[in-house]
Write a protein that binds this ligand. Structure first.
Ligand code: SF4
Length: 376
């Protein structure tokens, strides 16, 4: 419970989606829910006492009263709004007509605001052909872009080919400075260049979601998919099998270096039935993005600026571990280490031991014991 340091607060639903989940109720849910002001005050009081951060997810209702209370409380809040509701400093979720929206955004903002700080772009597989064009326009108006593919579980082989092509086209524009902006910050392309550790979503590990009704969820997507999935009523919650959400229980994700991947537990549960097992689509997508980042890192324009992203010859780490695939245990270990260990292959044994020690101070002791066992 102490690790939860921030909350997504759904001010009204259906509302905005700040990620890949669909902000729409299923057939059985209420048509509209709005968070009562007294309850919002309770959340602010809690956040003040615990030093929590809040992401306020707007709906269609007026925001003035919520924002005044949030400002007066002094709580650190980030406001996420839809394209028709832009306020200065807010994170904006873009629709699909960026040219039209752009005009509207800047019409709503003070004259000195040239760019919105953070633009969230939600893209469907059917829109993939226009991804480069869309991103090229988006970088003109936003300091940072976070792109989320929706309907990932419906991705086909052809969609992956399109995604790869579009990433390549966009990375080329970034690498050759052809976009006419001083810098580009986009989660799927440039985050991997600066991350040294995974930047997973960590729903249920570091943050939770509060619905207008007061029910709590791992993320807004769980609420929209099934309001009956509540973890409890704010401010009490109970996550059964919460250990399954942690990286320690996702062994392949723990050694994967596609650090920009969100490791979406909503998608995992929907597709594989397990919180800690990603579907093939998520892994392939993350590795295509990793490869596009490698192209940028290797570009002349950025020479020496970023650590190289070492090529790996797989897109889906699970494909290389076909439950043993008929291999003996030693053969299997060798196979996995060869593939997953490729990005570390240039390090000498002493450097690897130093890294291993950081991960687990008992590791050297354990390796020595293992070696002694083999020699006995
Ligand atoms: S679990 Fe995290 S990554 Fe997945 S939809 Fe929810 S907020 Fe987004």
């Amino acid at each position: 419970m102490d690790n939860i340091t921030s909350f997504n607060i759904i001010l009204s639903a259906p509302g905005v989606s700040h990620c890949s989940y669909e902000p729409l109720f299923g057939a059985t849910a209420p048509s509209r829910l709005v968070m009562p002001i007294p309850f919002f005050k309770e959340i602010l009081d809690y956040a003040v006492k615990r030093g929590c951060h809040l992401n306020l997810l707007a709906g269609e209702e007026p925001l003035d009263e919520y924002l005044t209370l949030a400002r007066e409380s002094g709580v650190s809040c980030l406001l996420v709004v839809g394209p028709r509701h832009v306020l200065p400093g807010a994170t904006v979720v873009a629709g699909s007509k960026i040219e039209v929206e752009r005009e509207h955004w800047f019409h709503s903002c003070p004259p000195d605001q040239e760019r919105i700080p953070h633009l969230i772009v939600r893209f469907r597989p059917s829109q993939l052909d226009s991804l480069t064009e869309f991103l090229s326009q988006a970088v003109q108006c936003a300091g940072r872009i976070s792109l989320f593919m929706t309907d990932l579980s419906s991705f086909t082989g052809e969609d992956f080919i399109k995604y790869k092509e579009q990433l390549h086209r966009f990375s080329l524009l970034v690498a050759t400075n052809a976009l006419g902006v001083p810098s580009v910050e986009c989660n799927i392309l440039t985050d991997r260049l600066v991350l040294t550790n995974p930047n997973h979503c960590d729903s249920g590990v570091t943050h939770l979601t509060v619905a207008p009704s007061g029910d709590m969820y791992l993320c807004p997507g769980f609420f929209y998919e099934n309001p009956g999935d509540s973890l409890g009523r704010f401010p009490e919650w109970d996550i059964i099998n919460s250990h399954l959400l942690s990286l320690a229980y996702a062994p392949l994700c723990a050694v994967c270096d596609a650090y920009q991947c969100r490791r979406c537990v909503l998608l995992n549960r929907k597709t594989t039935g397990e919180y800690n097992v990603p579907p093939r689509e998520a892994c392939v997508l993350a590795h295509l993005e990793r490869n596009a980042s490698a192209e940028i890192a290797a570009a002349d324009r950025f020479r020496g600026q970023f650590s190289p992203v070492i090529p790996v010859d797989y897109l889906d780490p699970f494909q290389i571990t076909p439950e043993g695939g008929g291999m003996g245990s030693d053969e299997f270990i060798e196979h996995v280490v060869q593939l997953l260990g490729a990005p570390l292959a240039h390090l000498d044994a002493f450097e690897i031991l130093k890294l291993a020690y950081r991960v687990d101070p008992m590791i050297i002791h354990k390796i020595k014991n293992l070696r002694d066992d083999f020699h006995d």
